[in-house]
Design a binder for this molecule. Structure first.
Ligand code: ARG
Length: 472
C-alpha cells in the first residue's frame, strides 16, 4: 500500500533510457538493489568531462552535427553548474550518475541529448569515470603525503640529537635518535608515494570507445578522447577496457600498505603518550579528555588512525572478492567497486592529514626519552664493541664478558656503570674506568655513523637529503 492508502500501481514506468523492450518497470526492490546514484553521484565531474570529450570527438569525426554538439556541450555545462550549486535533483529511478546526467540533458536540450550516447556504452563510460576519479584521488593523496613527510622531516630536524631508546621486540635494544626514528616513517611514506605513482602510470589509459565490450562500427577517434582527458593512450583491448578494475585494486593495495604504515605510527604515538613512557605530548588540538576522569588526555586521533587501517584493508579485500572469478567482460558486480574505493580514499585522506596535524603540533620530552634510553642496559653492545676495538677481543667473547656484567648488575639492581671496580676487573682486567665513556647514550648514538645509522650528524644530513628527495 502507498502512504495514502491506495494500492501501488501494478506497472511502474519503464526506464526512459533503456525501457524500450519492457512492458513494466522494475519492482521497488529491484530499483533499490540496482540503483547506484546514492554513491556514484560522486563521479559527476568526471562523467561530464568524459561526455564532453566524447561529444567533441563525435563532432570532429562527423558523427554528430556541430549544432547538436554545441547544444550538448552547453547542456552539460549547465548540468555541472546545477550539481556544484546543489540545484540538481538526483533520481533513483535513473539508477546511476550516467543516466541522471543524460536524463537531465534531455530535459534541457531535447532530442539532441539522445545522440550523445552514440558509439559508447555505460560500460566504457563508468570505467573511464572511475579511472579519472581514482587518478584525482591519487594526486590529492600524494599532496597530503608530502605534507605529512614535511611535518616529520621538520620534527626530525628539531630532534636530530634527541636520544631515545630504540626497541626490538618492544624491549630496549640500543639508543637511537628521535630524528632517526621519525625519518624511518619518511622513507615508508616515500615508498607509498612511489607505489601510488606507479599505479597512476598504469591507470592512465583510456577505456572510452570500447563501447559495451566489442568496440564500435562508428569511425571514432579514441586517441582524441584519451588526449582530451589527459590519458597517455587508449586501452588496447576493448574487452579489457570495460572489465579491468586493476587500477582500483592497485589504489586500494597501495592504500592498504600506506594505512598499515600509518597504523604503526599511530600505535607508537599511543605508546609514547602513555604515562609510563611520556615521550610525546600532543597539542591540545589533537588530544581529547575523558568525561569521567579529569586528568585524562587521550590520543584518540592516533588510535583512530591505527584502527582505520582495518577499513582500507577491508576495502581491498572486499573488491578482490567481488572481482574474483568474474567472466569477461562487464558484469553488474563491478558496480560494487565504487563504495570501497570512495571509502578508502576518504579514510586515507583524513588519516594522513590528521597524522600530519598530530606530528606538526607534538612536542617531545627530551629528558624522559634520555632517561629511558639509559635504562635496560641499552649500551651493552657499545661496551662489547669497545672491548673489540680497544682490547682486540673477539666479538663473541666480548658478548660473553658483557653478558656476565649484565647478570651481575641485574642481581645487584644497578647499572653496569655502577658496578665496583673490583667486580669489573674480576670479570676482565681491561674493564674499569676507561670503559665508562663507552656506556653513555650520547657516545653510543654519536658513534653510529655508518651509512643509514642513527648518529645526529647522519640525521642532519638525512634531513637535508629527504627534503630534496621528497619535498622539492
Ligand atoms: N552503474 C553502473 C556501474 O557502476 C554503470 C554501468 C552499467 N552498465 C550496464 N551494462 N548495466 O557499473
Amino acid at each position: 500500500m502507498t502512504e495514502d492508502g491506495r494500492p501501488p500501481p501494478t506497472a511502474p514506468a519503464t526506464s526512459p533510457i533503456w525501457g524500450g523492450r519492457f512492458e513494466a518497470g522494475p519492482a521497488a526492490l529491484m530499483a533499490e538493489i540496482n540503483a547506484s546514484i546514492d554513491f556514484d553521484r560522486r563521479l559527476y565531474a568526471q562523467d561530464i568531462a568524459a561526455s564532453k570529450a566524447h561529444c567533441c570527438m563525435l563532432v570532429t569525426q562527423g558523427i554528430l552535427t556541430e549544432a547538436d554538439g554545441q547544444a550538448i556541450l552547453g547542456g552539460l555545462d549547465a548540468i555541472l553548474a546545477e550539481i556544484t550549486q546543489g540545484r540538481f535533483t538526483f533520481r533513483r529511478s535513473l539508477e546511476d550518475i550516467h543516466m541522471n546526467v543524460e536524463g537531465r540533458l534531455a530535459e534541457l536540450i531535447g532530442e539532441a541529448a539522445g545522440r550523445l550516447h552514440t558509439a559508447r556504452s555505460r560500460n566504457d563510460q563508468v570505467a573511464t569515470d572511475l579511472r579519472l576519479w581514482v587518478r584525482d584521488a591519487i594526486d590529492d593523496l600524494d599532496g597530503a603525503l608530502k605534507g605529512l613527510q614535511g611535518a616529520l622531516i621538520d620534527q626530525a630536524e628539531r630532534y636530530a640529537d634527541a636520544v631515545m631508546p630504540g626497541f626490538t621486540h618492544l624491549q630496549t635494544a640500543q639508543p637511537v635518535t628521535l630524528g632517526h626514528h621519525l625519518l624511518a616513517y619518511v622513507e615508508m611514506l616515500g615508498r607509498d608515494r612511489g607505489r601510488l605513482r606507479d599505479a597512476r602510470a598504469r591507470l592512465n589509459e583510456c577505456p572510452l570507445g570500447a563501447a559495451a565490450l566489442a568496440g564500435t562500427a562508428f569511425p571514432i577517434d579514441r586517441r582524441m578522447t584519451a588526449a582530451a582527458l589527459g590519458f597517455a593512450a587508449p586501452m588496447a583491448n576493448s574487452l579489457d577496457a570495460v572489465s579491468d578494475r586493476d587500477f582500483a585494486l592497485e589504489f586500494l593495495a597501495a592504500g592498504a600498505i600506506l594505512a598499515t604504515h600509518l597504523s604503526r605510527l599511530g600505535e607508537e604515538i599511543v605508546i609514547w603518550s602513555s604515562d609510563p613512557f611520556g615521550f610525546i605530548r600532543l597539542s591540545d588540538s589533537f588530544a581529547t579528555g575523558s568525561s569521567i576522569m579529569p586528568q585524562k588526555r587521550n590520543p584518540d586521533a592516533a588510535e583512530l588512525v591505527r584502527a582505520k587501517a582495518g577499513r582500507v584493508i577491508g576495502a581491498l579485500t572486499g573488491l578482490l572478492v567481488v572481482l574474483k572469478g568474474l567472466p569477461l567482460a562487464y558484469a553488474k558486480d563491478m558496480q560494487e567497486d565504487k563504495e570501497p574505493v570512495f571509502d578508502a580514499a576518504d579514510t586515507l585522506s583524513v588519516s594522513v592529514r590528521a597524522m600530519a596535524g598530530m606530528i606538526e603540533g607534538a612536542s617531545f620530552d627530551r629528558a624522559r626519552m634520555q632517561a629511558a634510553a639509559g635504562r635496560g642496559f641499552a649500551t651493552a653492545t657499545d661496551l662489547a664493541d669497545w672491548l673489540v676495538r680497544t682490547q682486540g677481543m673477539a666479538f663473541r667473547r666480548a658478548h660473553h664478558v658483557v653478558g656476565a656484567l649484565v647478570r651481575e648488575a641485574e642481581r645487584r639492581g644497578c647499572g653496569i656503570e655502577d658496578l665496583p671496580d673490583e667486580v669489573l676487573t674480576a670479570v676482565d682486567p681491561a674493564l674499569g674506568d676507561p670503559m665508562r665513556p663507552a656506556l653513555s647514550v650520547e657516545a653510543s648514538v654519536a658513534s653510529r655513523v655508518s651509512e643509514g645509522g642513527t648518529a645526529p650528524a647522519n640525521v642532519r644530513a638525512a634531513v637535508a637529503a629527504a627534503r630534496q628527495r621528497f619535498l622539492d
